[in-house]
Design a protein around this ligand. Structure first.
Ligand SMILES: O=C(O)[C@H](O)[C@H](O)COP(=O)(O)O
Ligand SMILES: [Mg+2]
Length: 310
């Protein structure tokens, strides 16, 4: 793997970099913002790319929000976008379940969800029946009756054939026990994404993988991780390519996590990958000998691209 090219401060190299691509796939958490704090210069940089005729697509592993929810967030933060520009792991999972697995026509068509409303909204948009998720009946302590009903199966919906887990801010023992019971019935195990941490308020918190898919993978034996429909899944790349009619050679992935964003772009044979150091990734992560992968380019922050207009 060749050494990543550092672009920050190099105006000529940045102009050359931008001219290589027609489409920029932007990761969100850790690249555009940390929680609700937009990094300085992001808005101007997105606008500059649009003025140069470049397309920007927001490809996020954060399954807590639907495409509409993300449009509201982008609009509230003055980042120019339409709902068509958003492609999240909740949507990626919903279309995979409905169109690739064709879950609705399976003998057990329902999905048990560990996650937030984003997953529910996107499953509903694809007419996939589900339970769990934000159901308030699951936001409580497990009881002796629950133990009995989950152990003998009387507490399970016989139509559930798939468990989909993502980032759940209300995770608890009852939800994990219920998902584990469904998996023991042979339900298909899937994740929206398996990120270990969530960048938030310039710090890090438990991510989707840490709160749901990793514990469940350990429970079902051997720690084998589920099929994840978010980055770096190439099912997601194929869906993004199809929806946006991408020319992969003229597309660049911009991200803050090596094992999801940069791997997504490299495995997808995109024309380029740009790492930013405002989120999870640190320079050492891709400079070390056993780096999981290496970006083609990197900058300190997205707004470093802004010099292109100077
Ligand atoms: O734990 C998670 O779900 C992820 O950390 C997270 O939300 C990543 O979002 P992204 O960086 O792909 O926008
Ligand atoms: Mg990120």
């Amino acid at each position: 793997m060749s050494s990543p090219k550092y672009l920050t401060g190099d105006k000529a190299a940045i102009n050359e970099f931008i001219d290589k691509f027609d489409t920029f796939l932007f990761d969100c958490d850790g690249v555009l913002w940390s929680g609700d704090h937009v990094f300085d210069g992001v808005i101007d940089t997105i606008q500059m790319l649009h003025e140069k005729g470049k397309r920007t697509v927001f490809v996020t592993n954060n399954s807590t929000k639907s495409r509409q929810d993300y449009l509201k967030k982008l609009t509230a933060l003055n980042i120019p976008a339409t709902v068509e520009d958003v492609f999240g792991s909740a949507y990626s999972s919903a279309i995979y379940i409905s169109r690739v697995l064709k879950q609705a026509s399976q003998p057990k068509p329902k999905v048990f969800v560990i996650g937030e409303a984003g997953i529910e909204t996107e499953l509903a948009s694809e007419n996939v029946d589900f339970l769990g998720g934000t159901d308030p009946a699951l936001r409580r302590d497990i009881t002796p009756e629950d133990f009995k009903a989950l152990a003998d199966g009387t507490g399970l919906d016989p139509d559930v054939g798939l468990v989909l887990c993502g980032l759940d801010f209300h995770i608890n023992y009852l939800k994990l026990s219920t998902a584990f019971a469904y998996l023991r019935t042979g339900a298909t195990f899937m994740a929206t994404n398996t990120d270990s941490t969530l960048p938030m308020n310039h710090s890090f918190f438990p991510g989707a993988g840490s709160v749901s898919s990793i514990p469940l993978a350990n429970m079902v034996g051997g720690g084998k991780m589920p099929v994840a429909c978010g980055k770096p899944s190439q099912a997601m790349m194929d869906a993004v390519e199809g929806k946006f009619q991408l020319d992969r050679a003229r597309t660049c992935m911009v991200g803050d996590r090596l094992e999801t964003d940069i791997k997504f772009g490299i495995d997808g044979r995109l024309g380029g990958t740009l790492a930013v150091l405002t989120g999870v990734m640190k320079k050492h992560d891709f400079e070390k000998e056993d780096a999981v992968t290496r970006p083609a380019f990197y900058v300190d922050k997205v707004s470093d691209l802004g010099v292109a207009t100077d």
